[in-house]
Design a protein around this ligand. Structure first.
Ligand SMILES: Cc1ncc(COP(=O)(O)O)c(C=O)c1O
Length: 492
């Protein structure tokens, strides 16, 4: 009641430990209209959970441990500043605490990538799913949404990259004016610190502003991988609700506005799951991502019935069979269009760092068979584009597999050798090194490297049309490619 008279606006910050929440509290403490409270519900949390901390007894003797009373008299109690900023740690919202906590005041959520927290977490407490607190933050987020108060979400990484933009955005979302003073504070302990500060705040006491993240993040110990895997989906779910302020490498792509807004809330069948639109994703390990080996049909519904469904499905299954797909699912449907303009999501950068030994037997050599499938002509699909629609090559590879060869030679439209389904190809005849023009083959980087070396060694290099019989009668043949390196061909 008191504070209603003075019109104190309470701002609740919700975060997990080690998320820059204390820095953010210092930032708000710099304002001339705000008082800050450091984890007012900490004692209640220790009392209810019985959790041990080195400062447990001291804290219980100095702070009120009756949660409901703290909410009423401290958090929403009287005061003389316009705003009151309460820093809360997600797990301190223990069951049974009065509803008022969530119903009153303005809330926001501060998240941090568990990948940035986990490697140093152990210094303070043993890391666990509950200690990391991301599931707790998701439940706070959804509870606030249910109350019709979807909270702003900010990410510590964005705060480090562009503090001013994030703080301005947050203030705007909270409906309070931004103040420049929020960007700097004095080093050292503060009167607003909780009594646990000597255990936790060493590094934040050295800070005077939000500083950039480390250039090279700490390595995640393998023992923490499972925990990371369990926590990341919760972080990503919250991350999707942050304001997009920074560079494309940090922020996910903007959510497109859909031509048909009804499509926003649809369920999509992917693999063996029905999932909401946002989570409808194909694994980056699926060969469609690198090879484009997918088949598809667009279907239309008239008067509640799919038009020519059987014909579409027949074509779909025939296409899958022609591409030698295995484990083809039973008849399912998807719809989309072919124009790049229909891809509303922009480009998605995928970086896949995998260990991958050379893919061929580079000592014993490989066998090749000549495929009947011709290499794409620049008339149709220019080989100078390193695209991921590799169906042309995949069809040749299927032929190679059926002939029990390691790979297949592909010819151009006139019957000259272009390359194999996956590599460039060279021959040596009477000391001359010969390779096809890059008209029908990818101008491979390994190929170019070999050509440079041949020239440097003063050997004769010919780049020209080569017929199949020249390969059959060569003194030596090898293939080149990043994945396979240099591979001797033992027979064609
Ligand atoms: C069809 C084809 N040819 C040749 C190559 C070899 O090119 P690079 O040496 O650049 O790896 C590749 C590699 O992706 C390829 O897909």
């Amino acid at each position: 009641m008191e504070n209603e008279k003075l019109k104190i606006e309470v701002i609740h910050s919700w975060s997990a430990p080690r998320s820059l929440s204390t820095s953010l509290m210092y930032s708000f403490a710099q304002r001339d209209d705000t008082e800050v409270f450091d984890e007012p519900l900490y004692a209640n949390f220790l009392r209810v959970t019985g959790v041990e901390r080195p400062y447990r007894e001291e804290l219980l003797s100095k702070m009120d441990a009756d949660g409901d009373r703290v909410v009423k008299d401290v958090i929403f109690g009287a005061g003389d500043q316009k705003y009151r900023y309460c820093k809360h740690i997600a797990k301190q919202r223990v069951p049974g605490l009065t509803d008022d906590l969530m119903k009153r005041g303005k809330h926001f959520i501060l998240i941090r990538n568990p990948l940035d927290i986990l490697p140093s977490f152990e210094k303070v407490v043993p890391p666990s799913f509950v200690e990391l607190g991301l599931a707790g933050l998701v439940s706070i987020y959804s509870e606030l949404c249910e109350l019709g108060k979807a909270p702003p979400v900010i990410d510590a990484a964005d705060l480090q990259e562009d503090p001013e933009a994030v703080l301005r955005g947050l203030c705007e979302d909270l409906g309070i004016p931004f103040q420049e003073a929020m960007l700097k504070w004095e080093a050292g302990p503060k009167s607003v610190d909780g009594i646990w500060a000597p255990w936790w705040y060493d590094s934040v006491h050295k800070s005077t502003c939000f500083t950039s993240a480390r250039e090279y993040p700490l390595t995640l110990p393998t023992s923490l991988y499972d925990l990371l895997e369990q926590s990341l989906p919760f972080y990503n779910m919250l991350r999707r609700n942050t304001r997009r302020i920074s560079s494309i490498t940090r922020s996910p792509l903007p959510t497109p506005s859909l031509p048909v807004p009804e499509n926003e809330k649809i369920l999509v069948w992917v693999g063996d799951e029905i999932v909401p639109r946002d989570t409808a994703k194909v694994s980056v390990f699926d060969s469609v991502v690198q090879g484009g080996d997918a088949v598809w049909e667009g279907l239309r519904v008239y008067s509640g019935k799919v038009f020519k469904l059987d014909e579409h499905l027949d074509r779909l299954f025939d296409s899958a069979k022609a591409l030698a797909f295995i484990n083809v699912p039973t008849r399912k449907e998807v719809t989309s269009g072919m124009s790049p303009g229909f891809n509303l999501y922009g480009c998605t950068l995928i970086v896949l760092a995998e260990w991958k030994p050379p893919v061929y037997d580079n000592t014993g050599g490989i066998t090749l068979v000549t495929a009947t499938t011709r290499r794409n002509s620049p008339n149709n699909l220019d080989s100078k584009i390193h695209h991921n629609n590799l169906l042309n090559n995949i069809l040749a590879k299927v032929e190679g597999n059926l002939a029990k060869a390691d790979d297949a030679i592909m010819l151009d439209k006139d019957g000259y050798v272009s390359e194999t389904n996956a590599t460039n190809i060279f021959l040596v005849k009477k000391g001359h090194v010969v390779t096809p023009h890059a008209d029908y083959c990818l101008p491979g980087i390994t190929r170019a490297t070999v050509m440079d070396l041949v020239v440097k060694e003063d050997l004769v290099l010919q780049e020209r049309r080569i017929s199949l019989s020249e390969f059959h009668t060569a003194d030596e043949v090898w293939t080149t490619g990043t994945m396979g390196e240099l591979t001797p061909v033992s027979s064609i």
